[in-house]
Design a protein around this ligand. Structure first.
Ligand code: AHM
Ligand code: MG
Length: 332
């Protein structure tokens, strides 16, 4: 008989890796897992319930919010504020960070940056979407947490993860000691360890990029795309092009199969389109922990000191050899 390990059991077991841990991070991860199940329930019946479509609001980046974006944001914020381990909740869907000042949260140690529902243009058409989260320890030791507690380099993340609402729902996370993946078993309502110690292949043959932006890319990226398309048996080229438009889904596939995901700078998004704090940093942490590489093309994503909450960033992440090849193409 195979013994299933649930996310809850795994988190408690792993707490022993941190001898001085008091269980706060474990409880925080548990709270995220609970909210993920609630969001999963709603995403799964999205075609039935009156939850598809626009909410009628626009977020700070000027993007229309879907009803499910707003719903997911509320669920994660609710779970984290009542859990009591999170003092600041910074979300793609909210203009400002929310400082959780209730009696249970005000002395909490952790800051959560989150994209509650990534890939939301795919919600209405039944294509995989995801949640991305990043956890930092608060730096300041007294008074209320401040923006500078949030604006930390990605290397200081204590944990990061994503949930993919796909053909099955999975939660993948790292606390800096490798990457583990859990699949939701709907019959028991538990995430169960299904992908222990995920390692991304050193090289792959999948490239994921929105090629519709081709004319707007830097020359080095255009040259790399052509390189991917040239026939060469030794390097398994031409590579396979796969782009879902939900970063979580594209990254998840490439993590398991080997490949590269690129959202570079473009002439219309000179800083890149994806957000540093709750999209690029957490995914970069996971990719590095799985043995891959994550850069802007010019520098390691995790080394960037953020200046603002919704800062954008270019992202080139995945199998190490493939990312290094892109860096070669971008070198002047
Ligand atoms: P979102 O957070 O508004 O959903 O945007 C992020 C998404 C990523 O998941 C995806 O990789 C990218 O935006 C797709 O953008 P584009 O349609 O420009 O290719
Ligand atoms: Mg997003």
């Amino acid at each position: 008989m195979t013994i299933m390990k649930t996310l809850g059991q795994f988190i408690i077991e792993k707490q022993a890796d941190f001898p001085y841990a008091k269980g706060e991070l474990s409880r925080l991860l548990r709270d995220i897992g609970i909210a993920a199940k609630v969001v999963n329930r709603e995403v799964n019946k999205a075609g039935l319930a009156d939850i598809l479509g626009e909410s009628g609001h626009v977020n700070i980046q000027g993007e229309g919010q879907k009803k499910l974006d707003v719903y997911a944001d509320e669920q994660f914020m609710r779970a984290l504020s009542s859990g009591g381990e999170c003092c600041v909740f910074a979300s793609e869907e909210q203009d400002e960070a929310v400082y959780l000042n209730s009696t249970v949260s005000k002395d909490a140690k952790y800051i959560v940056c989150i994209d509650p529902l990534d890939g939301s243009s795919n919600i209405d058409v039944n294509v995989s979407v995801g949640t991305i989260f990043s956890i930092y320890r608060r730096k300041s030791t007294e008074g209320e947490a401040t923006l500078s507690d949030i604006l930390q380099k990605g290397i200081h993340q204590v944990a990061a993860g994503y949930i993919i609402y796909g053909s099955s729902t999975m939660l993948v996370y790292t606390t800096g000691k490798g990457v583990n993946g859990f699949t939701l078993d709907p019959s028991i309502g538990e995430f169960c360890l299904s992908h222990p110690n995920i390692i991304i292949p050193e090289k792959g043959n999948i490239y994921s990029i929105n090629e519709g932006n081709y004319v707007k890319f830097p020359q080095g990226i255009k040259d790399y795309i052509k390189y991917c398309q040239i026939e060469d048996v030794a390097t398994r080229r031409p590579y396979v092009s796969r782009y879902i438009g939900s970063m979580v889904a594209d990254i998840h596939r490439n993590l398991l199969k080997g490949g590269i995901f690129l959202y570079p700078t473009t002439s219309s998004h000179p800083q890149g389109k994806l957000r540093l704090l709750y999209e690029c940093n957490p995914i970069a942490f996971i990719v590095e922990q799985a043995g891959g590489k994550a850069t802007t093309g010019y520098e390691r994503i995790l080394d960037i000191l953020p200046r603002e909450l919704h800062q954008r960033c270019s992202a080139i992440m995945g199998s190490r050899e493939m990312v290094e090849k892109v860096e070669d193409f971008l070198r002047p």
